[in-house]
Write a new protein. Sequence first.
Length: 284
Amino acid sequence: MAGPIGSSQYMYSSGGGDFYDYQIEQSCRFDSGGGGTNTSTRLYRTFGTVSDQTKFTFSVWVKRATTYKFGTNTTWQQIIATGNGVTGGGASFGFESGGGTSGGLDNRDRISWYGHSGSTGGTATADDRIAGYYRDTTAWLHIVMRCDTSQSSGDRIRYYVNGDGPKERTTENNPAGNFNNFHVATEVHNIGCGSNTYYGFDGYMAEFIYADGQSYAPTQFGESKNGVWKPIDPSGTTFGNEGFHLKFQDASDLGNDSSGNNNDFTSANFGTDHKELTSPTFGS
């Protein structure tokens, strides 16, 4: 697959049934609430005991509405975070912006983890990020995060975008032992921003899958067809105790879990108009 910006394999147009064997019928629109204000849209739940504190995978399709390059976004956009995420005390995964120049690099519009640490390695205030810039506001991206502290240091966090990876990392913060700042019991896990509803994601998310205790390659969730990365039926996924599958099917219950675990999320600052028919396979 080619790079993160442009090129047709990263574009998902109209999505007919003949091409897409598995259909994602809707998405959820998230609003940033103005970056550093506490009005961002948010889904949240407190984790119980995880199946395996050393291993998890999540998969999500995202389409950005504003970026630093296109849309004058100047703040972090958090996809998933524990606690307050990048404002301190928690861990966060998403798109960087703001100052974005640590390590002598321009990190605006990069994909990054903040504070992803373990009981015997990793730093709760450090960054881990990949090369490349994800600035396109017209295309869907499929992001898979594969986290497993039993692997060698450089493979404990593996990023995949549209099936391509593991991606090159420009900065590393490698957790070791049991995850203790993310994927752990009693932590509030937020989708779309942190617990204080600051630094929200601005755009669309679809088919958010979290597999507790599993290390899955992106081929668990997607495949390449005619040079296009497309979703596949994830029905064989093992979710573990705290895993979930958010399809965003019900406009009045956007946090409903379809995994069978009933790990439902509570919603904040959403309206029924935040369920959208645009998706990676339809209306894009």
